[in-house]
Design a protein around this ligand. Sequence first.
Ligand SMILES: *[C@@H]1O[C@H](CO)[C@@H](O)[C@H](O)[C@H]1NC(C)=O
Length: 236
Amino acid sequence: MSSLLPKRLLPTIIYLTILLTSSSPTPSLAAPAPLPAAAEPSAPDVTKLFNGLGHIFVLNATSYSDASISDTIGCLSDTGYVVSTFSGFVSESESQSKSNCAVFSTITSYPKTINSRIGGCSFGNQAMPTNEDSKYGARQHAWSCNEDAGMVPEGERYYTINGFKHPFICNGNLNCYYDIPRAPLPAPSSSSKEDSNTKKDKVFVWQYAWGSEQMGITPGHLQVLWMWVPVGTKAE
Ligand SMILES: *[C@@H]1O[C@H](CO)[C@@H](O)[C@H](O)[C@H]1NC(C)=O
């Protein structure tokens, strides 16, 4: 096994090895191991918030324990790029009416991924660019939402963790941080969402991969969290 493999992939590889040698016809997915520090008794169970419809805000944050919505630098679009929330971000409630952000829906059944208006979202689309600036990103494709829902890699489910102060979205084996090349440009004030902002300036999201040769975020990139901001109930 190459020492160039990012450390965060090792548990997955071990898990997959177990999976491949297991005779169980319906294997369960890798369980998220360590929980954040025990939740305050009064803290809300964020796992109850992460369902139905929501925006995904992108927070410039290196620690889930002290990140909050005020660290927002953008949000995810229908195609899966980072875009500016809108000009003049004021509050969480206002963001829901004046948003530049896509509305996503959680999928509660296997494989527990996320959909946008366009389709299923994942890191599995081989047509997306890889994270070339990263020591470990050469084979990692950017997140995207695509009509082809069959591309979701094994184990890439999305969840949050009871004990987080906010519903930060993790995937796979405790991948709770993401790697983006830069903050999005501010959105022009009167414009259609996606086109104005992302055609010329596509800000991709990659998994945050690190290892002995690159201990932190890709040089020059931003380490971010994804925060689920519910927009209502899945009633339609
Ligand atoms: C992201 O956070 C870091 C550390 O707080 C800060 O230095 C940097 O300016 C921030 N970048 C953006 C685009 O907000």
